[in-house]
Design a protein around this ligand. Structure first.
Ligand code: GLP
Length: 260
């Protein structure tokens, strides 16, 4: 695991955007996995900025989103399809037929989930999967006790996650109970996992994921088994880690050939 700690979310988002941009430049056909939530917004703004000012080209990129709510029409303001369109896709030159988001309105969830896995496979696998982390340590919508080997499937949200995500729905009661999410096994198959976490409210989950035991009770701890997992944190999200001096030294002294 590589732990990158930055003074604030703005500089952390810029670091993460540079990692993604470097991959797109070296591999124009890159397959990118996208996440939603408040955390990646500044990174998406930085990528849009690089597209506009530096000509960062998404024309051949394929996108797969982590998850989607079940039962919402695609244009619902709370859907992740709407989120992605508003915060990233409509600002860059990604081809609409290369955008993949689980269809939360499907009448046949098992077939939709199987098809999603097949599409990821057919695209050659995901090069970089961007991740946030839930306050309970979830990845995507893989709540605690999710199988560490799981694949894309339907999941039921915890009360905590429904509370955390209530704002956009105008109240907890309106948050769907069910979601389709890539599984932890799906995420583990991505070549690079790039997890962003900002703010004190993520500190406990980050510490448990990075320095705690590997356990399905903290789904993000599965990344301890990933060969290329990068955590980009602000100081607050890193505040409960015990080895911050070491992580900072490693990053500051990275050999040139390892830098992106
Ligand atoms: C939701 C998403 C996750 C995201 C998490 C954290 O549960 N499904 O992918 O990481 O929220 O969201 P935020 O970044 O708003 O804290």
């Amino acid at each position: 695991m590589e732990i990158i700690i930055q003074p604030d979310s703005r500089t952390a988002s810029a670091v993460a955007a540079r990692i993604v941009a470097a991959r797109v430049r070296e591999k124009p056909h890159a397959v990118l996995g996208f996440a939603t939530g408040a955390t990646p917004l500044e990174m998406y703004r930085a990528l849009v900025d690089m597209h506009k000012t530096e000509g960062l080209d998404f024309g051949l990129v394929t996108a797969f989103n982590l998850d989607e709510y079940v039962g919402l029409p695609a244009n619902h303001p709370g859907s992740y399809r709407t989120y992605m369109r508003e915060h990233l896709f409509r600002h860059i030159n990604i081809a609409p037929d290369r955008i993949n988001i689980p269809d939360g309105a499907t009448p046949d969830i098992p077939t939709c989930c199987r098809g999603y896995e097949e599409r990821i496979h057919a695209a050659g696998g995901i090069d970089i999967q961007i991740l946030g982390i839930g306050t309970d340590g979830h990845l995507g919508f893989n709540e605690p006790t999710s199988s560490l080997a799981s694949r894309t499937r339907i999941k039921t949200l915890t009360a905590q996650t429904r509370r955390d995500n209530a704002a956009i729905f105008g109240g907890e009661r309106k948050v769907p109970h069910h979601v389709i999410t890539m599984g932890l096994g799906t995420i583990m198959a991505c070549r690079t996992c790039l997890l962003l976490a900002f703010g004190e409210k993520k500190a406990r989950a980050v510490a448990a994921a990075v320095e705690g035991p590997l356990t399905a009770m903290v789904p993000a701890s599965v990344l301890q088994m990933h060969p290329q997992a990068v955590f980009v944190l602000d100081e607050e999200a890193a505040s409960l880690l015990t080895r911050t001096d070491y992580y900072k030294w490693v990053y500051a002294n990275k050999p040139d050939w390892q830098k992106s």
